[in-house]
Design a protein around this ligand. Structure first.
Ligand SMILES: NC(=O)c1ccc[n+]([C@@H]2O[C@H](COP(=O)([O-])OP(=O)(O)OC[C@H]3O[C@@H](n4cnc5c(N)ncnc54)[C@H](OP(=O)(O)O)[C@@H]3O)[C@@H](O)[C@H]2O)c1
Length: 486
């Protein structure tokens, strides 16, 4: 009987990403019966180990990291489809070996689909794509060949182009899945619905009603063991170019006229075309780079390093909807709280009732602004801050919150981003993946910012671990009359 087989190959199958994210995601998909038919996995690394040991390691990782409970009785069925292959991915002979292994598996199948997942160091991305192409592993008449590639997608525009060229010469464009795992986050997808499906938000989503927007992704952790990568990259390349630009896209893009991945991607690219650093017209500036105290003593970090572990930017969007509205982006390591969120500050209403602005009504003068907070992680939800009369006073105004907690309301564990992204790749759905055009535009912005500040090349501003970053980032907002909504 004709069969379809689906094999996923994790290049870097024994790494942190594979154990912490990919293995639990595959396990969850298995429990939810969302794995494709006749699924199997080949994990690849250089170390010698048996498949039996590999399965034990996968089981330990799944028990530790999966949101689903461990099902001892079901595990053997999944485990027996998981194997380990030791090979060096910089060596052409390894691909011949791999080809033989895959050929054996294909024999009884009419179609044998292959999903290659690149969970290795970024310097291996180009050689692997070239080897896969040269060894005819990237194209087949007998089933699809797809590749999922982790960030970082290049180090700058030039290296990103080189990587993209290598991928495109081996794989067809519709088979290249460029991962930005923020796009798999439930709340990020929800933002478009919140914006476009609510009569109280859709008409207000523009410069007539919105004063400023803040997009933050902050972490409590430092760089851990990732010094070798991080000291070369820094916060701008590691976070702003990818995750924060994607958050900016969903908040600020025009309404796409359909949900076709191509339309959504084109709409984002149009937005990125209009994004620039805010013209430097106030003394607060438009860019603050910071470094936490003690960073230069971290493992694998160069002495006297100038790499930024914090970045805050003030961006302008040069289109009719957003003219005059500053978009502040902020990310950093060793900050006070782990959170990814978007804060929309609305303009205060005109003084229709002058008594609302009297000093005895608001001691600090002025009305508190309405604030809409879209919480992306770790908590997911929406908070709307609005004004009421404080009970038991004549007319004192206080700001209060309407708080929607997504997991509380639906009593479900929202699927992990990687779970959704893997399911999408198996199903051939590109909508939650970045297109090359988006990546190119985002790099263009980052390169322009770095190019323009090259002769300065200053040491980043210092900040204390556990703080909200350097004081200069507060001053950037203060100069415009704002503050960070932490
Ligand atoms: N960790 C995360 O949460 C995370 C999140 C987002 C993106 N990423 C990206 O994902 C990629 C992997 O990150 P990671 O943290 O998982 O790295 P990692 O823990 O260092 O794992 C690297 C993996 O690659 C294998 N490997 C290295 N060189 C090889 C070679 N020449 N041939 C075959 N296998 C080789 C290693 O196995 P051997 O040692 O046995 O060779 C190991 O399985 C990186 O590009 C990273 O930037 C990671």
């Amino acid at each position: 009987m004709a069969t379809e087989k689906n094999t996923m190959l994790i290049f870097g199958g024994t790494g942190d990403l594979a154990y912490r994210k990919l293995a639990p995601a595959l396990y969850n998909l298995y429990l939810e019966e969302k794995l494709p038919p006749h699924f199997s996995l080949i994990g690849i690394g250089r170390k010698e180990k048996s498949s039996a040991i590999y399965r034990e390691e996968l089981a330990a990782a799944i028990k530790k990291y999966s949101a689903h409970s461990w099902k001892e009785d079901l595990w053997p069925d999944l485990a027996e489809r998981m194997e380990y292959l030791s090979c060096n991915l910089t060596d052409d002979a390894s691909y011949q070996e791999l080809k033989q292994e895959l050929k054996k598996r294909s024999e009884s199948a009419e179609n044998h689909n292959l999903l290659f997942y690149l969970a290795v160091a970024p310097q291996l991305f180009v050689p692997i794509a070239e080897h896969l192409g040269r060894n005819q592993l990237s194209l087949s008449a007998k089933g699809w060949r797809r590749i999922m590639i982790e960030k970082p997608f290049g180090f700058d525009l030039g290296s990103a182009r080189t990587l993209n060229d290598a991928l495109c010469s081996a794989f067809e464009e519709q088979n290249i899945y460029r991962v930005d795992h923020y796009l798999g986050k439930e709340m990020l997808q929800n933002i478009m619905v919140i914006r476009f499906a609510n009569a109280v938000f859709e008409p207000l989503w523009n410069n007539r009603f919105i004063e400023q927007v803040q997009i933050s992704a902050t972490e409590v952790e430092g760089i851990g063991d990732r010094g070798r990568y991080y000291d070369h990259a820094g916060a701008m390349r590691d976070m702003i170019q990818s995750h924060l630009m994607q958050m900016l896209a969903v908040v600020a893009m025009e309404p796409p006229f359909d949900i076709d991945p191509g339309t959504i991607r084109r709409t984002k690219v149009e937005l990125f075309d209009a994004v620039r650093l805010w013209p430097e017209e106030d003394k607060g500036g438009n860019l603050v780079l910071g470094q936490y105290r003690g960073y230069s003593e971290e493992k694998d970090v160069a002495p006297g390093t100038k790499t930024e572990t914090f970045a805050a930017l003030k961006l302008a969007i040069d289109n009719k909807r957003w003219q005059g509205v500053p978009f502040y982006l902020r990310t950093g390591k060793k900050l006070q709280e782990k959170q990814a969120k978007i804060v929309i500050q609305f303009k205060t209403p005109p003084p229709v009732c002058p008594w609302l602005l009297e000093d005895d009504v608001r001691a600090d003068g002025g009305l508190p602004p309405n604030i809409l907070t879209l919480k992306v992680q770790p908590s997911e939800g929406v908070v709307f801050q609005f004004n009421i009369k404080k009970p038991a006073t004549a007319s004192e105004i206080v700001a209060v919150d309407m708080d929607f907690c997504q997991p509380c309301a639906f009593l479900i564990n929202t699927p992990e981003a990687y779970e959704k992204l893997l399911a999408d790749a198996f199903n051939g759905d590109l909508s939650r993946f970045s297109s090359w055009d988006e990546i190119e535009k985002a790099w263009n912005l980052i390169d322009t910012i770095f190019y323009n500040r090259q002769d300065g090349a200053d040491q980043p501003c210092s900040y204390d671990p556990g703080s909200w970053g350097p004081e200069e980032a507060d001053l950037m907002l203060k100069a415009a009359g704002y503050r960070w909504w932490n």
